[in-house]
Ligand binder design. Structure first.
Ligand code: ATP
Ligand code: MG
Length: 727
């Protein structure tokens, strides 16, 4: 067989890895050295040369996007579909397993997946149910606690409280929450993994079946596996299977979520006879970008250490832009994206990265204004939007009446006049009898325990759900969705809201019908799954991946975390400010800055040809003003690789007009512009005197000495100053 297409484009070490004998293998190598490439080629090699059936191969990675790319790459190499091969994320594959073995997992067949918002509500309910003060026991904190314990594989009864009353209370919340989830047939993200692991562990037959089935287990981004993921891999790999792990300790960025980079160190010990391969040649980035990345990561002390090189050549210097504020930063980024497009590049070759999701809003607004199509990975996702979740709640409730989260959501959306008191009564009854809200409502109605109006409203709501279920039983999924949004009253409810937001919500609901017209495939090995259930699970799991049009050429927006494993010709890392990146929290806690630096290393090494680093001296974020110095990571990149852009021209031009971006000519026109000594008024800071100004166009700013708050630099484009007197 001609296998040249598999091996031709690999270097010696890569070939060694791809063609290695069965048995544990660890590839420990830096960014862009071809780890993912080796992994996909290994799959092709196993199948086409070693004759391993796709049925016996399991490959796992971290994000849906990476898993999708892995699938595509393997299909291209095999020139056929991946068939029964299991390729996905830890969550996706665990979900698949639980759907197939719901009985053994002690779940209802139509179990629902809770996303983080659902989970928070459920935790909140449990906290209230325990009569605890929510300000002392914030749901978010309890949720983090529960997830962290699940990620360590711990059930409430396994946790040692050491007599600590806080921990004791959190364990009680975990317990109450888990009982509520089990009752509602709901599974949170961490539970997917834990439940799959427990099911495998406790069912000898199942375990044997899967251990024999998966002769080859491959895992990408191994440095970010947490305790439970590693346990899952070890269990599946069993005694005989060969496990193929690729990772880079310098890119471990999920320590905050329990990832254990030590798994790399323990690997050889846990899998005796491990063959370790290192890859040192980087094929992705220019010499400049690689040198900057290498210098940066040298500041970390806890490293296995490696030496990455390239022969691509130095290329362009890295550009560092210090903007006046976040609007100026966004404009700078968009101008550079435009430059790239105007010189023949495509939008999808550009990626804008940021530390936290909230930073995307300003960038999105600027992109929207400039008419550039963009996609956001992660963040406020389509399936997480309010109206979409409302519609999904109806669908979930139709599929599983015991789904309490969906009950709570749908019961008063649109408003049906079911008051807090009535709901409280239902909740109490449910808690006391240990049944679902749906069940409790039915009993309360039967016992005539509600007042006339409340009783009627609850009864009608339940009838509506049953009616919707009957009416849509034989419909195709998209007709079903259309029917539901109409007859639930949701569409009408949102149509009443005549604002832009209301309009967008109606559009989103309509988009949901569109999404349902190409429902996800029901995998062959899950014939029992209804298209509705497949759709709902997909909505919870793949949220964010379906946003925008997948095939449209779009600027790519994402957090640094979700950029892992990806590459783009042009990369912007925004918000390079001390206190934002590295985050304030990480600066205050010892050892945490190293993880932030690895995150920066991940960001820098995403860039193939051109890297921009930007910051805003003044940023409004989470409703607060921040004035920041440049990130310390900037100073850790040798200055010979950095080109600093900072417009500081002292020019005077008509600044009270909306600045024109492309106004390149500097006009000496003092009559209409601001001058030193002029009195101005600002809506928030009050009156003051102009003492200096600089920059031009979109970057023009003015220094004003305000009576109330002292001197401030303001960006003309945003300041909206009123002129009180000429100087
Ligand atoms: P990361 O650590 O960021 O996940 P990685 O080690 O997985 O990176 P890949 O994404 O597999 O690296 O490869 C980086 C780039 O280099 C890809 O575009 C890949 O196609 C290319 N590449 C890898 N090996 C070779 C090779 N031998 N010849 C040509 N191109 C290669
Ligand atoms: Mg990779």
């Amino acid at each position: 067989m001609d296998v040249s297409h598999i091996l031709d484009s690999l270097n010696t070490e890569q070939r060694e890895a791809v063609t290695a004998d069965a048995g544990p293998l660890l590839i420990q190598a830096g960014a862009g050295s071809g780890k993912t490439r080796v992994l996909t080629h290994r799959i092709a090699w196993l199948n086409q040369v070693e004759g391993v059936s796709p049925f016996s191969i399991l490959a796992v990675t971290f994000t849906n996007k990476a898993a999708g790319e892995m699938r595509t790459r393997v299909q291209e190499l095999l020139n056929s579909s991946i068939g029964p091969m299991w390729v996905g994320t830890f969550h996706g594959l665990s979900h698949r397993f639980l759907r197939m073995h719901w009985k053994e997992a002690k779940l209802p067949q139509a179990f629902q997946i809770l996303d983080s918002e659902d989970q928070k509500r459920m935790v909140q309910r449990s906290i209230r149910g325990l009569d605890l003060d929510e300000t002392r026991w914030p749901p978010r904190t309890a949720m983090w606690y529960i997830n962290a314990k699940k990620d360590e594989g711990l059930r409430p009864e396994h946790i040692r409280d050491e007599g600590d009353p806080t921990e004791l209370q959190l364990i009680q919340i975990y317990k109450a929450y888990q009982t509520a989830c089990d009752l509602a047939g709901a599974v949170d993200f961490a539970e997917l993994l834990l439940r799959a692991l427990e099911t495998l562990r406790d069912n000898e037959e199942l375990l044997q079946h899967y251990q024999q089935r998966f002769q080859h287990v491959l895992v990408d981004e191994f440095q970010d596996t947490n305790t439970i993921q590693y346990a899952w891999l070890r269990l599946l790999a069993g005694q005989h299977s060969s496990i193929f792990a690729v990772g880079d300790d310098d890119q471990s960025i999920y320590g905050w979520r329990g990832a254990k980079v030590e798994n790399i160190l323990n690997f050889s010990h846990d899998f005796p006879g491990t063959h370790v391969i290192r890859l040192e040649r980087n094929y992705r980035s220019t010499g400049t970008i690689l040198k900057a990345a290498n210098s940066l990561i040298e500041y970390n002390s806890d490293r296995l250490g490696k030496n990455l090189w390239t022969d691509i050549g130095d290329g362009d210097p890295i550009t560092f832009y210090s903007a006046y504020n976040e609007g100026d930063e966004a404009n700078f980024v968009i101008e550079r994206v435009m430059d790239h497009i105007n010189t023949g590049g495509s939008r999808s070759e550009t990626a804008i990265l940021y530390r936290s999701n909230a930073q995307s809003r300003v960038l999105e607004e600027a992109l929207f204004r400039s008419g550039l199509p963009y996609r956001v990975y992660g963040g406020m996702r389509f399936f997480e939007r309010m109206e979409i979740k409302d519609a999904l709640a109806y669908m979930r409730l139709m599929s599983l009446a015991d789904d309490d989260i969906s009950f709570e959501r749908a019961v008063n959306q649109p408003p049906r006049g079911i008051g807090d008191k009535t709901l409280g009564q239902i909740r109490n009854a449910a808690r006391e009898a240990g049944v679902s809200l749906w069940h409790a409502s039915a009993e309360i109605l039967a016992a005539n325990a509600l007042k006339g109006r409340a009783s009627k409203a609850v009864g009608e709501f339940m009838k509506l759900i049953i009616k919707l279920r009957q009416e849509t039983a034989d419909m195709a999924l998209d007709s079903m969705v259309e029917h539901i949004i109409e007859h639930s009253g949701l569409l009408e409810h949102y149509k009443k809201d005549r604002s832009d937001k209301g309009e967008a919500r109606v559009e989103n609901l309509q988009e949901l019908v569109g999404a349902a017209s190409t429902p996800p495939e029901v995998p062959d090995d899950m014939p029992d799954m209804t298209p509705l259930d497949a759709f709902l699970s997909n909505a919870a799991l793949e949220a964010g991946e379906n946003q925008g049009d997948e095939w449209e050429d779009c600027v790519q927006l994402m957090t640094l975390h979700s950029a892992k494993g990806l590459e783009f010709p042009v990369v912007f890392i925004t918000g390079m400010e001390q206190g934002l990146f590295p985050s304030q929290r990480s600066i205050e806690e010892s050892g945490k800055v190293e993880e932030e630096r690895r995150l920066c290393y991940v960001g820098v090494t995403r860039a193939e040809r051109k890297l921009y680093l930007t910051m805003a001296e003044h940023r409004r974020l989470y409703g607060k003003d921040h004035f920041s110095a440049p990130s310390k990571f900037i100073s850790e990149i040798p200055s010979e690789h950095l080109q600093e852009i900072r417009p500081r021209m002292n020019v005077s031009r008509p600044m009270l007009q909306t600045p024109q971006r492309k106004a390149a000519t500097v006009r000496d026109d003092n009559k209409t512009g601001l001058t030193v000594g002029q009195r101005v008024r600002h809506s928030k800071f009050g009156e003051g005197t102009v003492t200096d100004y600089e920059g031009q166009g979109a970057h023009a700013r003015v220094f004003v000495n305000f009576e109330s708050v002292g001197s401030k630099w303001l960006v003309m484009a945003y300041a909206n100053l009123e002129v009180l007197s000429t100087a």
